[in-house]
Write a protein that binds this ligand. Structure first.
Ligand SMILES: Nc1nc2c(ncn2[C@@H]2O[C@H](COP(=O)(O)OP(=O)(O)O)[C@@H](O)[C@H]2O)c(=O)[nH]1
Ligand SMILES: [Mg+2]
Length: 683
């Protein structure tokens, strides 16, 4: 079998390598490909020669920014690896990878132990009901204490984490504890580890428990069924030791994947929903190549040469070049045309893809992140359960250096937004600025670097802006009559409405209780449009109004002069009037912040956080003398925090932020924002 053929479904394994930056995922991917014979020499992250980090910007910054798909064949099993970026800012790449696989392999460094990214990804993988395993990498590094790391893993993630192999000769190789269990190891013993594994696995099956108690052992080969069940139920989380650098444990890891990890018929399929809201039904695809097609796009790339490419996971049915596919509820289908298998940045054409396959379709504009592809009309309302991405709150205003390049800038940024669900671009009405929002400084810096280095596009940036919102705190009425008589046809529309606050996070509700056709039904859409325009433009500070219910209860129309535009204008202005009366306030985004730094800097860090209106919720000691501080602070106060943290920790500190919720901004901030804003005129 070549790495590009579609084998039997039972011979496919899909594994996402997830975990913090610099734990060695990309280097490990390279070592796995080398060992399986898919490449001749191992590339290196620093030289930009790895299969995974193929993007020009990844080569320059020397770490992964995107999820890469790579394939290898080991023992007749085709393994598809998803090498994901580790930084929290690229969670828009790593979370969707979990939807495309059966197994999440969380990579942890033997030198620093369990980190917060590992904890976060373990939790996401558990939510997605994936089989999970832990790979402890860097066992070659002198001073790595593998015994301590294993103890910590079991402490943090539970007793179900058990080693399948153990390091030996101070990390120079590993000894298998499941199949062979011979030899001496750096700590514990293969026999003890084997026994622990068998005891854990047999627990899922009463019959095996009996046999184990009577015979004292069960053959490893017999354990496939219960082992698969234990993995699927999270009753066993295997731990493997490797060194991506020396290759120790890499062959053993390939064996584990081929022999023990689930194939696409054995894992837990992702949750699809059929329909919307409360009526939505949960559906799971059946990995049957003869049924109708169900696939989903978990990644979009926009390549200057191949154009837009959707990377998809097939869950059901068989896709060929001639398969007509629908994107979601679109009426028109498209012909696949060319179907590719990806190997990092290379694409190789293939003729068909079966359930479990990960492949790509190019040059289809309608493909977008999270799109469901199918070939049956009855599946048109199926979509993936939405992923819980952090809301991007870090903003920077951008404009082209050269006047007239505005549209091209928008298009280029839009490409990145298409690729990354955690980036957002917005035209801010209040300031007439184009603002990109991301999850942190690094996230936005990468976007700007890509514009400059890859697209050779020069932009000017202004200080980052915070995604403030507005809301109302009281109920109030608003009314506007729009009447215009210019020569021939006139315009007439009159709207009475009421606004009231909704709970935080509720968004916007539009209610129509107009009786007796006071506003004829055909104009109601225009009324709602006007209301939405007023909310989007903001009222007191120019930020979108949220958590508000707008109830339209009365109006007047004119048989000749009433038009959509007249009602939209009346509704917009009535909304404005009502909000001004409803004690409007500005809300500011509060973010969760997590700081990793040497223990010696803790005093400075917590003091500094307090001075930024922040609060500390807890601290936690890490292996190796580092500490983690968790807390909350207003997003606006953490602008340029990287520089501050660098100064406090001599460059040793790292931090991540994620949106938590909105809170009323303090009066001083409210006043400053109101003063900057020029309110809209109401006539
Ligand atoms: N000593 C040692 N270094 C490693 C190992 N694995 C990765 N590295 C180094 O760690 C750095 C980060 O590796 P990389 O693969 O980019 O990590 P990723 O961010 O998880 O993909 C690189 O300099 C690698 O050479 C390992 O097993 N042993
Ligand atoms: Mg990487």
């Amino acid at each position: 079998m070549t790495i590009f053929e579609s084998p039997d479904i039972a011979a496919i394994r899909n594994v996402a390598l997830v975990g913090a930056s610099a734990t060695g995922k990309t280097t490990l991917t390279e070592a796995l490909l080398l060992r399986a014979g898919a490449i001749k020499t191992a590339g290196c992250v620093e030289r930009g020669s790895t299969v995974s980090d193929h993007d020009p910007l990844e080569k320059r910054v020397q770490h992964s920014l995107n999820t890469a798909v790579v394939n290898c064949v080991h023992d007749g099993i085709r393994i598809q690896w998803l090498d994901t970026p580790g930084a929290l800012e690229f969670v828009g790449q790593s979370l969707p990878a979990l939807e495309a696989v059966e197994t999440a392999a969380v990579v942890i460094s033997a030198t620093s132990g369990v980190d917060s990214t590992a904890q976060r990804m373990m939790a996401h993988a558990a939510d997605r009901k994936l089989d999970r395993m832990i790979i402890v990498n860097r066992i070659d590094v002198p001073g790595a204490d593998c015994a301590a790391v294993l103890a910590q893993i079991r402490d943090v993630f539970g007793r179900e984490c058990l080693p399948l192999n153990l390091p030996a000769e101070r990390g120079a190789r590993v000894v298998d504890c499941f199949f062979n269990r011979e030899g001496s190891t750096d700590f514990s013993s293969p026999e003890a580890a084997h026994q622990a594994l068998v005891e854990q696995v047999v627990e899922v099956d009463a019959e095996f428990v009996d046999r184990y108690l009577n015979q004292g052992d069960v053959e490893a080969t017999e354990l496939h069924g219960p082992l698969e069940q234990a993995l699927r139920e999270g009753h066993l989380i295997p731990v493997c030791f490797v060194s991506a650098k020396t290759g120790a444990g890499v062959a053993e890891l390939l064996d584990v994947v081929a022999k023990l990890l689930p194939n696409p018929t054995e894992g837990n399929a992702p949750d699809f929903l059929d329909g919307e809201g409360a009526d939505a039904k949960l559906v799971h695809a059946t990995p049957d190549p003869d049924k109708h097609v169900l696939a989903h796009v978990f990644k979009v790339t926009v390549d200057p040469y191949v154009g837009k490419m959707g990377v998809l996971r097939v869950h059901q049915g068989t896709i060929t070049r001639d398969t007509p596919l629908f994107v979601g509820d679109a009426r028109k289908c498209f012909k696949v045309g060319h179907l590719f298998r990806l190997q990092g940045g290379e694409h190789v054409e293939i003729s068909r893809a079966v359930p479990g396959d990960i492949c790509a379709i190019a040059k289809v504009d309608a493909l977008h992140f999270d799109a469901v592809l199918h070939d049956a009309a009855e599946d048109s309302h199926i979509h993936l359960k939405p992923l819980a991405f952090p809301v991007p709150v870090h903003g920077v205003a951008i404009q082209p250096k050269r006047h007239g390049d505005e549209q091209r800038l928008w298009d280029l940024v839009q490409r990145s937004v298409d690729e990354d669900p955690c980036l957002r671009i917005e035209q801010v009405a209040a300031t007439h600025e184009t603002v990109v929002y991301g999850l942190g400084e690094l996230h936005l810096r990468m976007l700007l670097d890509r514009l400059r280095d890859v697209h050779k596009f020069e932009v000017e940036t202004r200080p980052p802006r915070t995604a403030y919102r507005e809301t109302v705190t009281a109920k109030a009425e608003g009314h506007h009559r729009h009447k215009k008589q210019t020569g021939g046809a006139g315009q007439f529309g009159e709207v009475f409405l009421r606004v009231e606050p909704l709970p935080r996070g509720a968004g916007f509700e539009f209610v129509d209780i107009v009786k007796g056709g006071a506003i004829p039904g055909q104009f109601m859409q225009a009324v709602e449009k006007g209301v939405r325009e007023a909310l989007a433009a903001g009222v007191i500070a120019g930020y979108a109004v949220e958590d508000i219910r707008v109830t339209v209860h009365d109006g007047k129309s004119h048989s000749v002069d009433s038009k959509d535009i007249a009602f939209a204008t009346a509704a917009r202005k009535a909304t404005w009037v009502a909000i001004m009366e409803a004690r409007p306030i500005v809300l500011e985004p509060i973010v969760d912040v997590e700081i990793l730094a040497p223990a010696s800097a803790m005093g400075d860090i917590t003091g500094d956080l307090a001075s930024r209106r922040g609060q500390v919720n807890g601290t936690e000691a890490q292996l190796g003398g580092a500490m983690i501080v968790r807390g909350q602070a207003p997003a606006a106060e953490l602008i340029a925090y990287a520089t501050r943290l660098n100064a406090m920790t001599s460059g040793e500190g790292h931090y991540t932020i994620a949106f938590s919720h909105y809170e009323p901004a303090p009066t001083s901030v409210q006043n400053a924002l109101r003063k900057e804003h020029k309110p809209v005129e109401v006539d």
